[in-house]
Ligand binder design. Structure first.
Ligand code: AMP
Ligand code: MG
Length: 201
């Protein structure tokens, strides 16, 4: 595993690895993500294998703006309000999936897609440098504790991923809140940094 320093050049190097279907652990404001080019079936498949994640458990697709998110999902009024209020930030929004180049494996062949626009500047720059969405679950083996620091990632994944983009400790250390806006009665599927009270208001 290559360890990449956080710099303009480092982010370019990490993006090149993603372009070549490699896997890169990168910081977000929540926890470290294990990233793959969301348009590449080969790269996304690697992520499932590395994590030993069941193929029916879809990945979060990371984008760099709400405008770009709209290319991949259909935002109803609630989804739009949440995106405008909480993005960039630790909220994952599930919406109906649009036909796009995001590979079916990344969304576990569902008709919905989980989208998040991270506020961490390194994550955001990496997505922009790749010029494609990054499919990224938490950087850990399925069922194990999530990694919130580069040291955690090194200890847990050094033998199985291509690179680690070192961005220091994740600011929040808690996963994103996941809201399903694709159903008639929207619901929270996972509570994270943003609370139920905040979203309900
Ligand atoms: P992780 O990527 O490990 O932080 O976990 C992402 C969470 O989002 C998991 O609990 C997934 O099951 C959930 N998720 C991702 N995409 C969808 C989707 N389309 N529908 C429902 N849940 C999803
Ligand atoms: Mg996880």
């Amino acid at each position: 595993m290559k360890i990449i320093k956080n710099s303009f050049k480092g982010i370019k190097v990490a993006a090149e690895i993603l372009k070549g279907n490699g896997t890169v652990a990168f910081p977000t404001e929540t926890v470290y993500g294990l990233g793959a080019n969301a348009f590449s079936n080969a790269a996304v498949t690697k992520v499932y294998k590395i994590k030993r994640r069941p193929i029916f458990n879809p990945l979060i697709i990371h984008i760099s703006s709400y405008d770009i998110a709209k290319q991949y999902g259909v935002f109803n009024d609630l989804a739009e309000t949440l995106a405008r209020n909480y993005w960039p930030g630790p909220l994952t929004i599930i919406v109906k999936k649009k036909k796009s180049k995001v590979v079916e494996a990344a969304t576990a062949k569902l008709e919905t897609i989980a989208l998040r626009c991270p506020s961490n500047i390194i994550a955001s720059r990496l997505i922009q440098e790749l010029e494609k969405p990054i499919a990224a679950p938490s950087a850990n083996k399925s069922g194990k504790l999530t990694c919130t620091s580069p040291g955690d990632v090194f200890a847990k994944l050094k033998n199985s991923i291509d690179a680690l983009l070192n961005g220091g400790d994740a600011e929040l250390g808690l996963e994103s809140t996941v809201v399903d806006c694709s159903v008639e009665k929207p619901c929270i599927l996972r509570l994270g940094n943003i609370t139920l009270e905040e979203i309900s208001n």
